[in-house]
Design a protein around this ligand. Structure first.
Ligand code: GDP
Ligand code: MN
Length: 387
């Protein structure tokens, strides 16, 4: 789960990293009021889950109320690489002497946390890594020992930080490491980490990704997801505890188990179709869950046909059939369904479906056959073998 800059900064502050105070707002009027309260000059920053906001015109300095109003109205609603700006962060503008870079992440191949630091911050760090890799210090940390202050000072020194801010940079690195570790972040990045003319070290930007699977350990962070920018159906699925992903085709896909769902996407693609979404009903789905799943799949208007691919293990095919029958009774889908039931209680499941004689529901015996049928149906063609 990616955090907006200001949310990242709030986490930073909790761990003793220096950031500027500011205010998150959603309207021009509130932006102007916040700027007046904070005191000029202020910086007005687009809050979107994408980098390069500065280059895109989403970060502007304002030295008076008129400028604050102008920038706030320009940036609100701006589209930055497909992300529409709905929130602004206003903070007192900092004077900058140097722009450094710092990050902490897990280096999976080394199986160790990795701290990176460079005095070439503010710009594209990928470019620094590529063109002048010697300017990007990479330091692996002993996961059990943690990052000591001496180690952090060493990183700062090796990276070429000014002598009088070695201490300050080390403090920032230790705090950033603590953020990464204690908040269960997968990435904690500051670009730029600035040195002010007063020689204070402060985070001017924040990029934090939290491990969604660890969120249950952080009740404070659970409310931080950028839900207003989330797909409404994905959000509903999340609330209902269902694994649902929106895609851009026209075939709705339901399977049980991540592996089966992925293979179903593959065979549908191979048959020439494009999935509109997919939903993993997981193991042991009962009729109620299946009904809920149908509802979610059909909430997407782009869906022209649905493929149910169930391999019964813990999930019983008769339960799936009952769920489908209940869903049809309630929702009355207007698009065709292809159903492949195999495994536990499949014979019973198919018998239930046959008896129910649901309109526009087609049975398939194999996955490939099911894929071909659903692709044809989505294209408006008719197919043989109704249940
Ligand atoms: P990004 O472009 O999405 O990474 O957004 P940043 O928050 O990193 O801001 C981009 C750039 O704007 C920074 O590298 C700074 O050069 C500049 N900037 C941001 N905040 C301030 C500020 O308070 N004062 C000054 N002088 N420049 C700032
Ligand atoms: Mn930045």
């Amino acid at each position: 789960m990616d955090l907006l800059e200001y949310q990242g900064k709030q986490l930073f502050a909790r761990h003793g990293l220096r950031v500027s105070d500011g205010k998150a707002v959603k309207t021009v009027e509130d932006a102007v009021a916040a700027a007046n309260e904070i005191g000029y000059p202020v910086v007005i920053k687009a809050q979107v889950l994408i980098g390069g906001r500065g280059k895109a015109g989403g970060v502007k300095l304002a030295s008076n109320e008129a400028e604050a109003r102008e920038h706030a109205s320009n940036i609100l609603g701006m589209d930055i690489k497909g992300h529409v700006v709905r929130t602004l962060w206003i903070e007192h503008a900092s004077d900058i002497a140097s722009e450094y870079y710092a990050s902490v992440l897990l280096d999976r191949s080394a199986k160790q946390p990795l701290v990176m630091f460079s005095v070439e911050g503010g710009v594209d760090i990928e470019e620094v890594a590529e063109k002048t890799p010697e300017k990007l210090i990479r330091h692996h940390v002993d996961a059990l020992g943690g990052l000591s202050h001496e180690e952090a000072e060493d990183i700062a020194r090796k990276g070429g930080a000014d002598a009088d801010v070695i201490e300050g940079v080390a403090d920032a690195l230790v705090a950033l490491y603590e953020v990464w570790l204690e908040e269960d972040a997968t990435l904690a990045e500051i670009n730029p980490l600035i040195v002010t003319p007063e020689r204070e070290v402060r985070a001017l930007d924040a990029k934090v990704s939290l491990d969604g699977n660890a969120l249950y350990r952080h009740p404070d962070s659970q409310g931080l997801s950028d839900s207003e920018n989330e797909d409404p159906i994905e959000r509903r699925a999340k609330e209902e505890g269902v694994q649902y992903v929106k895609l851009d085709g026209d075939i709705g896909i339901l399977g049980n188990g991540a592996g089966l769902v992925m293979s179903t996407l593959d065979v549908v693609a191979q048959a020439g179709g494009k999935p509109a979404n997919f939903l993993d009903a997981g193991g042991g789905s009962d009729a109620e869950k299946i009904k809920q799943a149908v509802d979610l799949l059909l909430a997407n208007d782009a869906v022209k046909a649905v493929l149910f691919n169930i391999f019964g293990g813990i999930t019983r095919c008769d339960e799936v059939a009952k769920g489908l029958i209940a869903a049809f009774a309630e929702i009355k889908p207007s698009v065709p369904f292809v159903v492949r039931l195999d495994g536990t209680n499949d014979v019973e499941g198919r018998r239930l479906l046959q008896e129910a004689a649901l309109p526009n529901v087609h049975a398939a015996k194999t996955m490939n056959e099911a894929a071909e049928m659903v692709v044809a149906l989505a294209a408006g063609q008719s197919v043989e073998t109704p249940v």
